[in-house]
Design a binder for this molecule. Structure first.
Ligand code: 13P
Length: 257
């Protein structure tokens, strides 16, 4: 049985007070989250306090939004996987298209970040996704294949058991235009087949693959009805408690079917 996960990626939003109020609203709204795992990915300065806040909730974990490719050393401004693990972080997002686009996270860098995350016994939440140009030129499957092979292809079957994948088409992120259930379902199935080809059938059937990109209360139920979609990575809607909680409930309902 694959884990069903809904993750809130707060990106570079919210003051400390707003972040703590939102954490509190999630805690109160998620008392009965029936089998669903919820992740909060706050900005770095808030991680420790969010971790304290969620202590009494068994189903909420904290994800970092990024980590360094290095273990430690003279890298001003960077945060290592070692540090994140030492405060109790369990997941780290890597491969996000915003990091790929603005911060030079090329596949080799992402691959090293994945290694650091795993070395410190956390789970990489690995994002992949094609641009609109890739899709319009029919290259989307090749792009996703390249991203997965280049950054995860070196992992052992054992290590792959800790990896969560998020399919986030770049053209859907923050645009209000989500992938249709057909488009997302097709890509999730494709990724699952690819995992079987690169790793094993067990990895393929056991890896949670989340959808991200303009996921909202009004499209979550339909997207989550898809067999191969195991949850969501939510940006904008995760900044509003009612919207995020509605998306979580849509996943819970999908789990219980
Ligand atoms: P939006 O939900 O705002 O489109 O962002 C998705 C995303 O990038 C989550 O990582």
């Amino acid at each position: 049985m694959r884990k069903k996960i809904v993750a809130a990626n707060w990106k570079m939003h919210l003051s400390f007070a707003e972040a703590m109020a939102l954490t509190d609203a999630f805690l109160h709204g998620l008392d009965d989250s029936g089998g669903l795992e919820v992740l909060i990915a706050p900005p770095f300065p808030y991680i420790h306090e969010v971790l304290n806040g969620i202590q009494r909730h068994p189903l909420i974990s904290v994800a970092a939004q990024n980590c360094s490719e290095h273990n430690n050393g003279a890298y001003t401004g960077e945060v290592s996987a070692y540090m994140l693990a030492s405060v109790g972080v369990e997941f780290v997002i890597t491969g996000h298209s915003e990091r790929r686009k603005y911060y030079g996270d090329i596949p080799e860098v992402i691959s090293r970040k994945v290694d650091r995350i795993l070395e410190h016994r956390m789970s990489p939440l690995f994002c992949c996704g094609e641009t609109l140009e890739d899709r319009n030129s029919g290259k989307h499957f090749d792009v996703i294949t390249g991203q997965i092979r280049n950054s995860l292809g070196h992992l052992s079957v054992e290590n792959m058991k800790s990896v969560v994948i998020a399919y986030e088409p770049v053209w859907a992120i923050g645009t209000g235009i989500n992938a249709t259930t057909k488009q997302a379902g097709e890509m999730h199935r494709f990724i699952r087949n690819l995992l079987s080809e690169i790793f094993s059938d067990d990895v393929s059937s056991g890896t949670s693959i989340l959808y991200g990109g303009s996921l909202k209360p009004d499209n979550a139920t339909e997207l989550f009805s898809c067999e191969d979609i195991d949850g969501g990575l939510v940006g904008g809607s995760s900044l509003r408690a009612t919207e995020f909680l509605t998306i979580c409930r849509a996943m819970e309902t999908a789990c219980s079917r």
